[in-house]
Write a protein that binds this ligand. Structure first.
Ligand SMILES: *[C@@H]1O[C@H](CO)[C@@H](O)[C@H](O)[C@H]1NC(C)=O
Ligand SMILES: *[C@@H]1O[C@H](CO)[C@@H](O)[C@H](O)[C@H]1NC(C)=O
Ligand SMILES: *[C@@H]1O[C@H](CO)[C@@H](O)[C@H](O)[C@H]1NC(C)=O
Length: 393
């Protein structure tokens, strides 16, 4: 169900070893911070004429001369072969097509894409899909953060791409800090984080903005999609089936529903709320755990996390990270997980150490910022989170 026709098509077409995934469609919002809506506009998703159609000659660059598969862990030949303006199947549940959304041109989005040694074709396809499938009045800007890639992206190629700004880190910061840098440069009301090897589908942004602009206290029905995003005690991501009870009370396939976490690096959040939450913790290194951390903070400190099934974003999953971690990816992930356990799990952190005994020996420094944040936002306890949000854990 998650990998619908369109993605299977993509998968076949690209011949990736990894999976091409699914509906990475998450939003955060807060119950307390939303200002009242001034201008409300209800409208359906209007198809947009694609304006960008880059092709192979734009894609091939220095970084792409290297042995392709080892460099990117996906089939670069196939990726380069696809034009960026290509049509892809509409994979939304059918009723999403006629749904009306509350949108407001003043509450538009900054899209943030951080990357390190990304294949040019994958990156440019990500950007073109955003340009081609986001209503111009809702897209304020695209912010690219080049995290010190080996080959600098030639900025000339971006000249013809509207609204796109490129920044390059002077040294390697890791994707987590790079996204945070992007968020600091963003100026729209909302920010969206996208991985650099995605392809957004038609109507992807409208359902997300819609949820953020409503009075979040309003009642809403959720969907027949039966998976939400969660994790296990080793703090590894896993899909969780929605309970029969949840499915019975909410069975509108187009409505968003609450989820313990987001999945991966793709979500929309109010910019102000992101900064109030302290963004992703700067102590987290490179990659791993940041979406869990921000989800816990969002829930425990007064917000919510939802999945919006009408918003579809294709994503290239890779078997391996194509970039290096200074201390190895397993160590980095374990260290990041330990930081999250120490900062947010309270007495439940013992379950984490039971699941990941190797984490005991890793040295981390205490973090006073977390205490200040909890105080300032009057964050609730992890035990509240377990009882209210994630009793399946
Ligand atoms: C990569 O894609 C090309 C073009 O679609 C195909 O000819 C080739 O066999 C693929 N290579 C791998 C390793 O899948
Ligand atoms: C984009 O270009 C490719 C060829 O490079 C073409 O097949 C495709 O139809 C074009 N798409 C649009 C929307 O013009
Ligand atoms: C986005 O909204 C801001 C005001 O919130 C406005 O200044 C800006 O021009 C808008 N961007 C676009 C592309 O409409």
């Amino acid at each position: 169900m998650l990998r619908r026709g369109g993605l299977r098509f993509l998968h076949r077409k690209l011949g990736f070893f990894g999976l091409i995934g699914s509906t990475l469609v998450f939003i955060f919002y807060t119950l307390t911070i939303l200002p009242p809506i001034d201008v409300k506009i209800r409208r359906k998703v209007i198809p947009i004429e694609p304006i960008l159609n880059l092709s192979q000659s734009d894609f091939i660059g220095n970084s792409d001369q290297l042995p392709a598969f080892e460099e990117h862990y996906f089939n670069l030949t196939a990726s380069n072969f696809l034009s960026s303006g290509r049509a892809i199947p509409d994979t939304r549940p059918p009723r999403c097509r006629t749904k009306e959304y509350v949108l407001n041109a003043k509450k538009n989005v900054s899209v943030i894409v951080a990357f390190h040694n990304e294949a040019k074709s994958a990156l440019l396809r990500t950007i073109s899909s955003v340009i081609n499938r986001t209503p111009p009045d809702l897209l304020h800007e695209i912010i690219l953060i080049d995290d010190f890639s080996r080959n600098e992206l030639n900025a000339n190629i971006l000249v013809n791409i509207p609204k796109t700004k490129l920044y390059r880190n002077a040294e390697r910061e890791g994707l987590i800090r790079s996204r945070k840098i992007g968020a600091l440069k963003a100026s729209a009301e909302y920010i969206v984080f996208l991985d650099s090897h995605c392809e957004v589908n038609v109507g992807w942004i409208e359902p997300l903005i819609d949820r953020l602009s409503y009075n979040p206290g309003a009642l809403y029905k959720a969907t027949s999609t039966n998976l939400k995003a969660g994790f296990d005690w080793s703090l590894r991501f896993k899909w969780i089936p929605r309970s029969d009870e949840e499915l019975q009370t909410n069975h509108d396939e187009t409505s968003s529903f609450a989820s313990p976490t987001v999945y991966g690096g793709i979500f929309l959040i109010s910019r102000m709320w992101f900064h109030q939450l302290g963004g992703f913790s700067s102590d987290l290194e490179i990659w791993g755990g940041e979406s869990l951390e921000i989800s816990l903070k969002a829930w425990m400190c007064g917000g919510q996390v939802e999945i919006a099934p009408c918003s579809r974003v294709g994503h290239v999953f890779r078997k391996k990270h194509p970039y290096d971690f200074p201390h190895g990816s397993t160590h980095t992930f374990l260290r990041n997980s330990k930081l999250i356990a120490e900062n947010w799990l309270e007495e439940y952190k013992h379950f984490f150490y039971f699941a990941r005994p190797n984490a005991q020996g890793i040295k981390i420094k205490g973090n006073t910022d977390v205490g200040i944040l909890k105080e300032k936002l009057q964050c609730r306890t992890f035990s509240w989170y377990l009882q209210t949000v994630f009793h399946e854990l």
